[in-house]
Design a protein around this ligand. Structure first.
Ligand SMILES: Nc1ncnc2c1ncn2[C@@H]1O[C@H](COP(=O)(O)OP(=O)(O)OP(=O)(O)O)[C@@H](O)[C@H]1O
Length: 358
């Protein structure tokens, strides 16, 4: 049995055509990213069976759609979380949570209420009614309720977009927890590069109804041929392990495939903890020689693997390899010229800031 999500769906609505050919991992969070109107919601709706599409859909070995059969919406074991939580207003949080759960046969229940309540931090909210919750709390209840239906696939369509910045910040750690704890695959639509950087294991970039690129986050983000690398916040994601703390300066040494980086000590991360780092292209600078000043931190040897100038903006993007790990650096075209940078050259990169995103 193939453990993957195979989506090969075409749909047409008025002038808009969706052509999606995707193979997504059997578990983890796949983020669908692209400009407004590119078809992200249409894709989710076709997967859910809410919108007619032709083609094939196979979810971890179960056929949901083929030339011979098309499962109706209610026959697809999935859950859908929308921008606005649609909870039953007259039921308490607890009753909202149990609504779907009790309708699942006990032998098909993959997640127990206590587990979902703990993951989403709902213990103190169980007796409240939805109108006594904040927007972020309502959305956490909606996610827990969706999980308790034990879906084979969880679809999330911009679940944070209706929330203010503070509520988004509060809810993200709960979503991040789902990476490790949840065996159910998630397809997550967002406009936000920040959510993408924090949540995605696998990334699908869409444009005008088509798939521009798909692959593991670490492979897609550094690609210079894709629009993400031209974004003001272009960045790469690096997974690292905390090795030691410098308690005097509140810094920690984190080790990744290709070296070490000092980062601000994240809370509750004993040595051995895995963290996800986001390194923005604008925070990376390039030097031709090792600087003798030992106080400079996060200076690493690298090789230039690709260069792309942009005459219009005057800025260039440089792709570098630190052994196994790709990195992006945004420089002015003038700096590229002054330094005489070219592909294959060995240089030093200084990483001026590293954000811990998980
Ligand atoms: N009910 C509808 N009838 C006709 N066309 C529609 C309908 N809903 C959406 N569309 C069109 O389908 C295209 C894709 O829309 P969709 O909502 O899937 O995009 P999206 O990427 O999710 O956008 P956004 O990020 O703005 O939510 C758009 O061109 C849109 O105008």
């Amino acid at each position: 049995m193939t453990q993957a999500i195979r989506i090969s769906l075409n749909a047409q609505r008025d002038q808009f055509t969706l052509e999606a050919d995707l193979t997504l991992p059997a578990r983890g969070i796949t983020v669908i990213f692209g400009p407004s109107g590119c078809g992200k919601t249409t894709l989710l709706r076709c997967v859910a069976g809410l919108q007619p599409a032709t083609g094939e859909l196979d979810v971890n070995g179960d056929c949901w759609q083929s030339d011979h059969q098309v499962l109706a919406v209610h026959e697809r074991p999935l859950a859908y979380v929308f921008q606005e939580a649609s909870l039953f207003p007259h039921l308490s949080v607890q009753k909202n949570l149990l609504y779907g759960f009790v309708r699942i046969a006990p032998e098909h229940r993959q997640i127990q209420p206590d587990q979902a309540i703990q993951w989403l931090g709902l213990e103190h909210l169980l007796n409240r009614k939805p109108d006594q919750l904040s927007g972020g709390e309502r959305q956490r209840v909606a996610i827990a309720r969706a999980l308790l239906t034990s879906p084979r696939l969880l679809l999330m369509d911009e679940p944070l977009s209706a929330l203010d910045q503070a509520s988004k910040r509060d809810i993200l750690p709960y979503l991040q927890r789902l990476h490790d704890e949840l065996a159910i695959p998630v397809i997550y639509v967002t406009h936000s590069l920040d959510e993408l950087a924090r949540l995605a294991d696998y990334l699908v970039l869409m444009d005008a109804g088509r798939v521009l690129a798909q692959g593991p986050l670490q492979e897609v983000m550094p690609r210079l041929d894709l629009p993400l690398s031209r974004d003001e916040d272009a960045s790469v994601i690096v997974t690292a392990v905390i090795r030691e703390h410098d308690t005097r300066w509140h810094l920690s040494r984190s080790e990744f495939d290709s070296g070490s980086l000092w980062v601000r000590t994240p809370p509750a991360t004993p040595p051995g903890s895995t963290i996800r780092l986001r390194i923005l292209a604008r925070d990376v600078s390039i030097a031709l020689a090792h600087h003798p000043d030992q106080s400079i931190q996060n200076l690493l040897p690298a090789t230039i693997s690709e260069l792309s100038g942009n005459d219009h903006s005057g800025m260039a993007m440089v792709r570098l390899q630190l052994n196994e790990t790709p990195l992006l650096a945004r420089l002015t075209n003038r700096a590229v010229d002054l330094l005489g940078l070219e592909v294959g050259q060995s240089v030093w990169v200084q990483i001026k800031a590293v954000a811990i995103v998980e």
